[in-house]
Design a protein around this ligand. Structure first.
Ligand code: GCU
Length: 648
């Protein structure tokens, strides 16, 4: 068979088609000509060759987008109350079979934890991808839209993990992308939208808040200006007529140089609500990002605290947002560092729709060179008790709609794909792509279950090899954390690129990301005696974070300024912990590479080589981090390593 131009990732179906045979499909209660039902049938045909009678059955008792699959005596039934449920049921069936479950024992019921399960592309229309580490965009090139077989395979991959919403363009909307909501691109956007719709996915567009200026020829985009309001109303009508079924718009405003309501002395709620009113007649949604902070700070200023910004800007207007506005909140208050506390906005808002935003593009977590399986981090965020409401106070409760009983809620990821053969640059980074979708669909799955599924579907390995790879994935985040910045302080990365160490790279800059290390201590005091950030949480968490004795140690330097001689719970001093963790992290990075070497033969040769190349770079990166961090803190503190290891 001719080798495909791009990898099939977890949808290779090798194991399923091996079964051989024939099948018949009956459809009860659904229109066989429905586009999603047709996709489900096509996928079955493609993936399944077993001897079986399969039926799709409409069953109103099954939850929205949920499914029940059951097999018995060469008969398989897929039940759902809607078309998406049937499609997800088919993918679940194929997954079961590919993982070796026999037809007779197939038995799975599932329904999505989150109403919206979304991917955010940071793809630009010139083909580049902001924070992309997997080649160029497969949606755009030369200020135009690309549509080909890969688009279809992409939609299949996304549907197979339960994704039902996709924003195709970068949150920083510049140049041609501003015109995605005009005649210049409607025809092609519609084609993309149709491909997505075949797989039950709603398309979203990211818009430029200054569109009335950039497209409309206005000299203002003030959200309270009547002419601006009516321009957006007309624009929304046009967009929803040309692109019926589009989900809505995603907006980054007043953030890192992007235009927004603040320019006109208006609030974030003014901006979001104006757009919400414009799309409301068409059932549209406005997803409004909360990544708003002062990015022109003076490093000399110790009072302004970037971590506070989201809560300070958005909490005041809790409840003032329209029902069709969803605030999209990054998991931490800073910016996708390897360790951050959960954003106090999550659950801090109790009357506003919320989506959790995470980043599987490995911007600060190793650029898809270093191995960093992020699902354990996401699980920690989801399991965090905010104390916003008794019995329904975890982040998972909030974003699933359980806390407030709302349906405009969910989970979004900044995606890690590009047009590389393997989609994700590092073949192993596909575990994050797969994992995010599976977790967004079913938040009760464990990091290990997800890792096992992905390994098994992708590589069909023997048990011992599978255990090795799963173990590598599960430990990778902690290893990355050990050799990079310590105990939640974050940053210390090379400015702009965000790969590799530069301890003071962001220390004297305008971005509000300081560690404030001197010869005596390190960290920012965010307690009630410092910037007061810890007070943004509900009392139980505020008290916990406020006191260094009760603050989770992995976040100690996020919340507190701590002397190098401070004794940690282990009895180690802080400085000794920094040395030890960095020596250990770099050593474990090398062990990861050795474990990968042991998998030669268990994975295809090309995969082995591509990943090996990256592990070599990871080991170099980890050594560089170890030596720069250790030398930096030795020079600052003048306290030698107790174990006498080499520090430069
Ligand atoms: C980070 C990232 C930017 C991105 C921004 C965002 O700061 O470095 O590239 O635009 O997040 O989330 O909007």
């Amino acid at each position: 068979m001719e080798k495909k131009k791009w990898s099939e990732l977890w949808l290779s179906y090798d194991k399923v088609t091996e079964l051989g045979g024939s099948q018949t499909l009956t459809i009860e209660g659904f229109d066989a000509e429905n586009r999603i039902i047709k996709s489900a049938a096509k996928e079955l045909e493609r993936g399944f060759n077993g001897f079986a009678k399969i039926s799709f059955v409409r069953e109103s008792s099954v939850a929205k987008e949920g499914y029940e699959i059951a097999g018995a005596d060469s008969k398989i039934t897929v039940k759902a109350s809607d078309e998406n449920g049937i499609l997800y049921g088919v993918f679940a069936l194929l997954r079961n079979l590919a993982m070796g479950v026999s037809i007779e024992s197939v038995n799975e019921k599932s329904s999505p934890s989150n109403p919206l399960r979304m991917m955010n592309h940071w793809d630009n229309m010139d083909g580049s991808i902001e924070r992309g580490y997997s080649g160029e965009s497969f949606f755009f090139e030369n200020d135009d839209i690309i549509i080909n077989d890969r688009t279809v395979d992409y939609a299949r991959l996304m549907a197979s993990i339960g994704i039902n919403a996709i924003a195709i363009n970068n949150v920083n909307v510049k140049g041609a992308a501003t015109y995605l909501i005009t005649d210049r691109f409607f025809d092609k956007v519609k084609k993309l939208q149709d491909i997505f719709a075949d797989y039950g996915i709603k398309l979203y567009l990211t818009i430029n808040f200054a569109s009335p200026i950039e497209i409309g020829g206005f000299d203002t985009c003030d959200p309270l200006d009547e002419t601006v309001i009516s321009w957006w109303k007309d624009k929304a009508k046009e967009v929803f007529e040309k692109l019926p079924g589009i989900g809505g718009f995603l907006v980054k405003a007043d953030s890192e140089g992007r235009p927004g309501p603040f320019t006109y002395g208006r609030t974030q709620a003014d901006g979001a609500n104006m757009l919400a009113d414009a799309v409301e007649p068409f059932g549209g949604i406005i997803i409004w990002r909360c990544f708003v902070y002062n990015c022109t700070q003076d490093w000399r200023d110790h009072k302004t605290d970037r971590a506070r910004a989201g809560y300070d800007y958005f909490k005041e207007f809790d409840g003032a947002y329209r029902d069709n506005v969803i605030l999209q909140i990054k998991n931490g208050p800073m910016d996708f560092q390897i360790r951050e506390p959960v954003s106090p906005l999550l659950g801090g808002l109790t009357k506003t729709n919320q989506i959790l935003e995470v980043q599987i593009a490995q911007e600060y977590t190793g650029h898809q060179i270093d191995l960093c399986y992020l699902i354990p981090m996401f699980k920690e965020v989801l399991d965090f008790h905010t104390y916003c409401k008794e019995g329904a106070d975890t982040v998972a409760d909030i974003i699933s709609g359980k806390t407030m009983g709302n349906k405009n809620a969910g989970f979004a990821a900044v995606i890690n794909t590009g047009n590389d053969y393997n989609w994700t640059g590092n073949d192993l980074a596909a575990a994050n792509l797969y994992g995010f979708g599976r977790l967004a669909f079913d938040m009760s799955l464990s990091s290990e279950e997800i890792a096992r599924e992905w390994v098994s579907l992708t590589y069909h390995m023997d048990k011992k090899s599978e255990d090795t790879l799963v173990d590598m994935l599960l430990n990778s985040r902690e290893i990355y954390e050990k050799y990079t910045s310590p105990l939640g302080i974050g940053w210390m990365v090379t400015p702009n690129t965000h790969y590799g160490p530069s301890v003071d790279g962001y220390e004297y800059s305008r971005w509000g990301t300081y560690h404030r290390a001197d010869h005596h201590a390190i960290g920012v005091d965010r307690s009630d005696k410092g910037t007061g950030y810890a007070q943004q949480y509900y009392k139980k968490n505020a008290d916990m974070f406020n006191d260094p004795d009760t603050c989770p140690e992995e976040l100690l330097l996020f919340f507190h300024r701590i002397p190098y001689t401070y004794k940690l719970k282990s009895g180690q001093t802080l400085i000794q912990y920094i040395y030890d963790s960095h020596f250990e992290g770099a050593k474990q990075a090398k062990e990861l590479m050795e474990k990968w070497e042991s998998l030669k033969g268990a994975v295809p040769e090309d995969v082995f080589e591509r990943v090996m190349e990256r592990f070599k770079l990871q080991v170099e990166n980890a050594n560089e981090w170890r030596d720069q961090i250790n030398s930096y803190f030795f020079r600052k503190s003048d306290i030698p390593d107790e174990k006498g290891r080499k520090i430069y």
